[in-house]
Design a protein around this ligand. Sequence first.
Ligand SMILES: [Zn+2]
Length: 212
Amino acid sequence: MRPAPLIVIIALLLQFCEGPPQNNEPLVELKDYNGNIVMDIRYATTNNFLHEQVYPEARCFVRERVAVKLDSIQQELEQQGLGLKVFDGYRPLAVQYKMWEILPDDRYVADPKYGSLHNRGAAVDVSLVDSTGKELPMPTDYDDFTEKAYHSFNDLPAEVLENRKLLETIMDKYGFVSLETEWWHYHIKNYRQYPIMDISFREIKEQKKPLN
Ligand SMILES: [Zn+2]
């Protein structure tokens, strides 16, 4: 067999190398796209697994495309008397470093050297609520790092299994994928196109101000 010409090898390599992420779609505030989505931004409180407040404010920012999808999901859920609750969205890389400082263990916190899906603005942590805003029973509380939070854990009441499935089904319908170990975590399929960001919540808001 003749060796492949260099040009073919280069073409093949290029196909597999995605290069640095290029998509600079803006980070937007989710409530500007749908004000009905319930916010429970735990990292802006001490009610989280780190027991420390690491966000200055309880706000949820995501890539614009993620916000559009979550708005559609919320509208569809409302037809069934349900809605979304969001625990977390975009997380500045500086916060990832702070979390790592508090708990440098990659079983619980993504190593900031590699970044988290949340640092790309391409992930959300979500649950379901009823029409009064009360969370539906789910396998565990948010950020419970036990096997009970795994999608493969099925030793749960039928109602809980149904709720987890309902969330997974609707997120999947709009192009989100889950992580096996966290029932609440979803990210968009082509998250790699979005770079890891280190812009603070305040800076995002300031960018949006009209110039005058
Ligand atoms: Zn997550």
